[in-house]
Design a protein around this ligand. Structure first.
Ligand code: ZN
Length: 248
């Protein structure tokens, strides 16, 4: 596989997406894979979808799916955000409404490429299953999930970046100096979130895959304007803006 950037969970945060794309471009990378949740929570769903249409791959996330169909299993705040997001995409006075809708509806749930698998949630349940760092203490869950992986799996969904090993370890990027070398072991690699990080670091998260080397990167941006937009939209909870300042 050639050198590529793997991003996830943009969640309609155009400012964070713009900053991450600038960092990717500065690394000389043009091939971008997105693991889903382009929309939901954030104030700029249309703009983010239009950017993702240029990527080599975009997967379907649970929020993308919720906007397309009926949202199920979301908190009331998330559900309200999904209905608002859907209303933004349905407004036909915005040019390209049908193309955006068709694009979302065309997104695959998984992608395989040799030893590599790409999903939004988990290899067992690509759309909805969370694999949290503390799940390494649930050996049965981790074993079962690894049973669905040939070798390496990239994922998002939790908004918490890091590496899961087959022998029940989780390494946050800071524990491994932001790099990991792919070897014999099966791995799951969570790339974190561009638009709503939840590991107490508000900077946008993504990963570069270059041969056997995985690099975790963080990109600083100013979340204040994104937060202001969210505060100005009554259907989006203020918390969705406030959390961007702290990465929670
Ligand atoms: Zn998400």
């Amino acid at each position: 596989m050639g050198k590529r950037a793997i991003i996830s969970d943009i969640h309609g945060n155009f400012e964070a997406l713009t900053a991450v794309l600038a960092d990717i471009e500065a690394q000389g990378i043009s091939e971008i894979y997105c693991l889903g949740d382009v929309i939901g929570y954030g104030p700029n769903p249309r703009e983010c979808i239009d950017v993702c249409r240029e990527f080599a791959l975009t997967l379907l996330g649970n929020h993308d799916n919720g906007a397309l169909f009926d949202p199920e299993g979301f908190s009331s705040g998330a559900e309200r955000a999904i209905f608002w997001t859907r209303s933004q995409l349905e407004q036909t006075e915005h040019e390209g409404a049908k193309e955006r809708w068709d694009f979302l509806a065309s997104l695959p749930r998984t992608h395989r490429e040799g030893d590599f698998m790409f999903v939004h949630g988990s290899p067992r349940s690509p759309l909805n299953e969370y694999v949290f760092p503390e799940d390494v203490y649930n050996q049965r869950k981790i074993e079962r999930i690894f049973g669905f992986i040939q070798k390496y799996c990239f994922q998002g969904h939790t908004h918490v970046p890091g590496v899961f090993t087959e022998n029940f370890r989780f390494y946050s990027p800071s524990e491994i100096s932001n790099t990991y070398t792919l070897g014999e072991q099966k791995l799951m690699i969570n790339v974190g979130s561009v638009g709503q990080p939840r590991d107490s670091d508000p900077r946008g998260s993504y990963v570069i895959l270059d041969g056997n080397e995985v690099e975790f990167r963080r990109v600083e941006y100013d979340p204040a304007p994104t937060r202001q937009k969210i505060l100005g939209i009554s259907e989006l909870d203020d918390f969705l803006g406030d959390r961007l300042l702290e990465g929670r």
